[in-house]
Design a protein around this ligand. Sequence first.
Ligand SMILES: *[C@@H]1O[C@H](CO)[C@@H](O)[C@H](O)[C@H]1NC(C)=O
Ligand SMILES: *[C@@H]1O[C@H](CO)[C@@H](O)[C@H](O)[C@H]1NC(C)=O
Ligand SMILES: *[C@@H]1O[C@H](CO)[C@@H](O)[C@H](O)[C@H]1NC(C)=O
Ligand SMILES: *[C@@H]1O[C@H](CO)[C@@H](O)[C@H](O)[C@H]1NC(C)=O
Ligand SMILES: *[C@@H]1O[C@H](CO)[C@@H](O)[C@H](O)[C@H]1NC(C)=O
Ligand SMILES: *[C@@H]1O[C@H](CO)[C@@H](O)[C@H](O)[C@H]1NC(C)=O
Ligand SMILES: *[C@@H]1O[C@H](CO)[C@@H](O)[C@H](O)[C@H]1NC(C)=O
Length: 425
Amino acid sequence: MIALTAAILTSLALARASSAQNVFAHFMAQNSYSYTPSDWTNDMKTAQSIGIDGFALNIAANDYEVGQIVTAFAAAEALNFKLFYSFDMSYSWQQSDMVDIVANQSSSSSNFLWNGNLLVSSYEGESYGDSFWSGFKSALASKGINITLAPAFTSYRDPTQASTMASTFPSIDGFFNWWSWPADVDANLTTATDLAYQSAISSRSGPYIMAVSPWQFKNIDGAGDWVEYSDTLWDYRWQQAVNDVKPDIVEIVTWNDYGESHYIGDINPVVDLGTQAPFYVDGFDHSKWRDVANYYIQYFKNGSAPTITTDEVVFWYRAYPKGINCSSGSLPRNADFPEDAVFALAMLTQAATVTLSIGSNTVNYSAPAGISMGSVPFPTEDQQIPYIEISRNGNKVVDGYGSMYVNQTGCTYYNFNPWVGSISA
Ligand SMILES: *[C@@H]1O[C@H](CO)[C@@H](O)[C@H](O)[C@H]1NC(C)=O
Ligand SMILES: *[C@@H]1O[C@H](CO)[C@@H](O)[C@H](O)[C@H]1NC(C)=O
Ligand SMILES: *[C@@H]1O[C@H](CO)[C@@H](O)[C@H](O)[C@H]1NC(C)=O
Ligand SMILES: *[C@@H]1O[C@H](CO)[C@@H](O)[C@H](O)[C@H]1NC(C)=O
Ligand SMILES: *[C@@H]1O[C@H](CO)[C@@H](O)[C@H](O)[C@H]1NC(C)=O
Ligand SMILES: *[C@@H]1O[C@H](CO)[C@@H](O)[C@H](O)[C@H]1NC(C)=O
Ligand SMILES: *[C@@H]1O[C@H](CO)[C@@H](O)[C@H](O)[C@H]1NC(C)=O
């Protein structure tokens, strides 16, 4: 009886362990062309230090990526970091090449397993049809490799299409909702898509993967000129994950997609960003967004808000007001949506006054213990830099400045990518 109870408790513990919340970051393997093993190790250690379990490797059909992935698995094994493939199906793939890539690393201890199967995901791929995906799974199964397939079929965004998606694709086990920005609207993103697709695949064996992203801005000729309204997204999207959707897996979009401005990894100078992205990426550090991720990852994994032990304000802002004319690049679609303001996310041990100041504008707000957000509008004066302060009972706790100016003149390239900084005690 006692042994039986112990066995039941053990199996319950195992069942819970297999459905534990995991956090991955979407990693563009395309950007690893010049990576040495230490570049992989550094990225993985940095990700691991904020609670990220692994990378979803976005692999396009480039030969060099196959070699880089061998390096990535070796680096991951040494750190007990996890990896799964996210096949970028916007490229043209042969099923047999995908099978070879998965099979080649299938015995690595760094594969992320879902119920004992290798997890495989994608970006797009619905146009290949269900038979392609069922064939992919059975080709691997015939090699003794069982996978759990959770793709991002990006044309499925409309909540009313969720059950159609599920019935059209009987061979998928889970689903990855890529859409983590508003859809060309001047409104905040809701969880409607998440909840509909989470429910549509709930009877299947695989995970619901929810994308959480800090920003979206691109300005590359031929590849897109847009911005999506993202001013407070990095806060409220995480709130949706921890409070409302509670997905099996959060996938941060992205670690290193510099061209779309949603990177939370460092800007690594060995990465070739092409000719235009450097105009809006170089100098626009996002590393402090990881401090926000660190907080919410603990929250997501534990189910309740972590205790904050250091007072900090993470803040972000663009370098130009949206109405400015720039001498090159293109005015992005939706350029009118972002607010001209410095946004600040306070993480406080106890209630405090947060001062947000830029030029002649100052906002003081009473921030509670825990997380809160405030903002201060851009001033009209040229070449201003924000000043941020935390104070309690009139006594300064910590203060500091941003290191990117907000300019009203002299714009040489349309840039809606924010600079991110922080002050901390
Ligand atoms: C398989 O791994 C070997 C190294 O172990 C590598 O040389 C080869 O390119 C890989 N092939 C595929 C298809 O991943
Ligand atoms: C793969 O799945 C099949 C069917 O569920 C099962 O019989 C087989 O043992 C599994 N193989 C591995 C290697 O887990
Ligand atoms: C989006 O949500 C934030 C709070 O997170 C709010 O301050 C802002 O006004 C909202 N934006 C719109 C366009 O409704
Ligand atoms: C998890 O949350 C509980 C409260 O629900 C708290 O007691 C515990 O310290 C938390 N664990 C971590 C690691 O934050
Ligand atoms: C931008 O250019 C347009 C057209 O040349 C002009 O009407 C507008 O006043 C300019 N705006 C600024 C802020 O210079
Ligand atoms: C805001 O707070 C700062 C620091 O406590 C104080 O010096 C300043 O007078 C306050 N400004 C306003 C407008 O309340
Ligand atoms: C803002 O203007 C200052 C002074 O001219 C300049 O050093 C800085 O590079 C400008 N910032 C941007 C983002 O253009």
